[in-house]
Design a protein around this ligand. Structure first.
Ligand code: PMT
Length: 409
């Protein structure tokens, strides 16, 4: 838990919005963490949020009067709502209820908090918290997609047990995770302004309703890369196969199962991306047919007919307006030779090759990479995947800068 002053939050102005939900009690802890990290925090609550947490608590923590009323003569004479909207470096609404998101999407301004969200040009992040059925409801899905499309950062939600007794997606992220997301959003890192799409995890190719062809990828490497990019200020879409990891706060997560779904999701997301990193272990082949019923073990042998999956990385690299493309190469031998062959065959800017098998690469916490680009190669030594991902992101940033300089000259 970050209890020290953060270089990215110190003296930054954070407008902490609280809407009505049981998770509002966690906003007090979040306010405390933000204050400890050195931020100036102004709490703005919706009127209904006052049913869930007391103003006095938040005022004591932030050392500022809590704002709530939209028509407040005293405040309008001092820091009126437009000044407050201009004051904020970041607006973070936690918790954001289904009702709050619906009104935000509709552009309504019937509470002070909604008015500020409309009137401010600061980045806006929301941490949804609601019952799992409400989160899954098509109306909420529509609202969240619309907000995402307008550049609102959707933080979470997490999955798990809910106060209402249900279990599923809709839990607000923990205050520590929201603190981390706020830091990343305010950090003008070396990847600030970069839109990145990252693939991670395995794909599953169904044979019948209960069986699939898959592989051992845990998603750890790809999720670590997404996290490192976010920490450097990038906007990240994470296209992930089935894994048991939580997406880093701030990433736009698209879950897929098969290679065809991953292919479609990537080509949709890549539109205006600057960077594509393909870390997923995508199945090269899929069963030519998916049996509609469970395959019976009638015969002694079973022959599967497989067809080739599209190559996501090669297809993205072949786009006319393509992003900077980074591929991985999972190899058991001759790392450099195979990596160079893949770089050429797929037409990418950089290949990060790793040794796999015998407890290496897949499913483990550490990894080492050989980076191969046109005209050079370099090694990143074995270390935890988080640290390796930071070094990889730093290297990619240098290569992207070098490419821009070459194009300009
Ligand atoms: O998930 P972990 O447990 O942390 O393990 C990490 C990892 C070992 C999976 C990761 O570091 C890694 O090596 N990922 C790439 C695995 C792979 O499929 O490599 P490949 O050499 O078969 O494919 C080459 C490249 O083409 C990869 O970037 C792959 O994502 C991409 N590809 C492959 C096939 C396909 N149909 N579409 C693709 O985009």
């Amino acid at each position: 838990m970050a209890s020290e002053v953060s270089e990215h939050l110190r003296e930054r102005r954070l407008l902490l919005g609280i809407s009505a939900g049981i998770a509002a009690y966690k906003a007090a802890q979040l306010a405390r963490l933000l204050m400890r990290a050195g931020a100036e925090v102004q709490v703005v609550m919706t009127p209904a949020a006052r049913e869930f947490i007391g103003e006095m608590t938040l005022q004591a923590i932030t050392r500022r009067p809590v704002r709530c009323a939209i028509f407040d003569a005293a405040h309008e004479a001092a820091m009126g709502h437009i000044e407050l909207a201009r004051w904020a470096d970041l607006i973070l609404v936690a918790p954001a209820s289904a009702d709050f998101l619906a009104k935000l999407q509709a552009g309504m301004a019937d509470t002070l908090l909604h008015t500020l969200c409309l009137a401010s040009e600061a980045p806006l992040a929301v941490a949804p918290a609601m019952n799992q059925a409400m989160w899954r409801h098509p109306a909420t899905r529509h609202n969240v997609l619309g907000l995402q499309g307008r550049g609102v950062h959707i933080l979470g939600p997490a999955e798990g047990d809910q106060a209402c007794g249900d279990s599923g997606p809709g839990r607000m992220l923990e205050p520590e995770q929201l603190l981390q997301a706020a830091e990343a959003l305010l950090h003008k890192g070396r990847m600030a302004g970069i839109r990145a799409v990252v693939t991670a995890g395995p794909t599953r190719e169904p044979l019948d309703p209960v069986r699939f062809l898959g592989n051992r990828s845990s998603g750890r490497m790809g999720y670590a890369i997404a996290d490192a990019l976010l920490r450097e200020g990038a906007e990240v879409t994470l296209v992930s196969g089935p894994v048991s990891l939580e997406a880093p706060p701030g990433a736009r997560l698209i879950r897929v199962q098969t290679a065809l779904e991953m292919h479609q999701a990537c080509l949709r997301a890549i539109n205006d991306a600057d960077l594509f990193i393909a870390c997923a272990a995508v199945a090269d082949y899929r069963p030519s047919e998916r049996a509609s019923q469970k395959i019976k073990k009638d015969a002694d042998t079973l022959t599967l007919d497989l067809v080739r999956n599209p190559d996501i990385l090669a297809d993205v690299a072949a786009l006319p307006q393509r992003p900077f493309c980074v591929g991985f190469a999972a190899e058991t031998n001759d790392l450099e030779r195979h990596a160079e062959a893949k770089r050429r065959a797929k037409g990418v800017d950089l290949i990060a090759a790793n040794r796999v098998g015998d407890g290496e690469g897949f499913e483990v916490d550490e990894n080492a990479l050989l980076l191969v680009w046109d005209g050079g190669s370099s090694s990143l030594p074995r270390q935890p995947k988080q640290r390796l991902a930071e070094q990889l992101v730093s290297f990619i940033s240098e290569r992207m800068d070098a490419q821009l300089t070459t194009e300009d000259s």
